[in-house]
Design a protein around this ligand. Structure first.
Ligand SMILES: NC(=O)c1ccc[n+]([C@@H]2O[C@H](COP(=O)([O-])OP(=O)(O)OC[C@H]3O[C@@H](n4cnc5c(N)ncnc54)[C@H](O)[C@@H]3O)[C@@H](O)[C@H]2O)c1
Ligand SMILES: O=C(O)C[C@H](O)C(=O)O
Length: 320
């Protein structure tokens, strides 16, 4: 069987880490695309020289030509600009919207059958715009944020409860911004929901509230420390888990930004919710019952995403 083909649009911090992970996991041959000449080629050469040590057969090329992504099975998009301290993700909207236009057109012309995972920020608006510009079916275009936000939430919960990360599950829903919604009712240690753990005296509401706040600001915390860019290891790992679920038809239930068509009372908007990812792309959108508080928080998050789409349409009238 021929190897799968993974195209990475954007060969920066996340793009390079994605390529490394995809090679180590032998997901397929890898094409690193970037507009900057030399960078994708240099990273591809460096990664190729990992092969003798690691023993992977994947072919890795760097390119500035969209023709090289032809036939890609999975495309992961990180093209654009990352924020610096003092900026919000939304400050990136104008510049990254233009990038999504060129990326969407490149995908449409060269790899219209791919499963596309967008990472570029502000995530919910950029994945919506990418789908519009690419014209691909909505079930084949998803945004990565929920896996990362939930992973951060789980890591903080494992630390608080002093338990193995393997026994912690959590869900963060909504837009990938300060209004994201960590849902404690569906966050568990070995199946025991966090509210029950509080009742059992294993933590306090105040401590969990602080963890929720830290999760919401998780990206900003890293931006403030790095100073020159944003998180890239955990974002790359998160996107690779989504790619694997598609490539291996794992049908994992993962939080992802998908186009809602009435679910959660939301229509024609990309927002983070639990979905099943398998060989068909987004195969199911899972509607979980939410407490009144979580639903109200999700509504606030949805409104924030709607405002971003208004801004996108004002910048690029072709999106109306
Ligand atoms: N969704 C998430 O959870 C999440 C997490 C982390 C970062 N991000 C976002 O991902 C994006 C990438 O982050 P990064 O750390 O890799 O940034 P980076 O600056 O290291 O890499 C971005 C790359 O995109 C390239 N690029 C710019 N315009 C392009 C175009 N038109 N076509 C192709 N490539 C182009 C740049 O040359 C650069 O190499 C940022 O927008 C960041 O905010 C999102
Ligand atoms: O915070 C950022 O700007 C990058 C990303 O969205 C993150 O959450 O790490």
């Amino acid at each position: 069987m021929a190897r799968k083909k993974i195209a990475l649009i954007g060969a920066g911090n996340i793009g390079g880490t994605l390529a490394h992970l995809a090679a180590l996991k032998s997901l397929g041959d890898i094409v690193l695309f970037d507009v900057v000449e030399g960078v994708p080629q240099g990273k591809a050469l460096d990664l190729t020289q990992c092969a003798p040590v690691e023993g992977f057969d994947a072919k890795i090329i760097g390119t500035n030509d969209y023709a090289d992504i032809a036939g890609a099975d999975v495309i992961i998009v990180t093209a654009g600009v990352a924020r610096k301290p003092g900026m919000s993700r939304d400050d990136l909207l104008g510049i990254n919207l233009k990038v999504m236009k060129s990326v969407g057109e490149g995908i449409k012309a060269n790899a219209p059958d791919a499963f596309v995972i967008c990472i570029t920020n502000p995530l919910d608006a950029m994945v919506w715009a990418l789908r519009e510009f690419s014209g691909l079916p909505a079930e084949k275009v998803v945004g990565m944020a929920g896996v990362l936000d939930s992973s951060r939430f789980s890591a903080f919960l494992a630390e608080e409860f002093q338990v193995s990360i393997k026994d912690v599950t959590s869900f963060v829903l909504g837009g990938h911004g300060d209004t994201m919604v960590p849902v404690i009712e569906y966050s568990t240690v070995s199946g025991i929901p966090v509210p029950d753990l509080i009742k059992m005296g294993r933590s306090t509401q105040e401590k969990i509230d602080a963890i929720i706040k830290r999760t919401r600001g998780g990206g900003g915390e890293i931006v403030a420390l790095l100073k020159t860019g944003s998180a890239f290891y955990a974002p790359a790992t998160s996107a690779i888990s989504m790619a694997e679920s598609y490539l291996y038809d794992q049908k994992r239930v993962l939080p992802a930004a998908v186009n809602l068509t009435g679910q959660y009372g939301v229509d024609n908007l990309y927002v983070g919710v639990p979905v099943v990812i398998g060989a068909g792309g987004v195969e199911q959108i899972v509607e979980i019952a939410l407490s009144d508080e979580a639903k109200a928080n999700l509504d606030v998050s949805v409104e924030a995403v709607k405002e971003l789409l208004v801004a996108c349409k004002a910048i690029d009238p072709s999106l109306n």
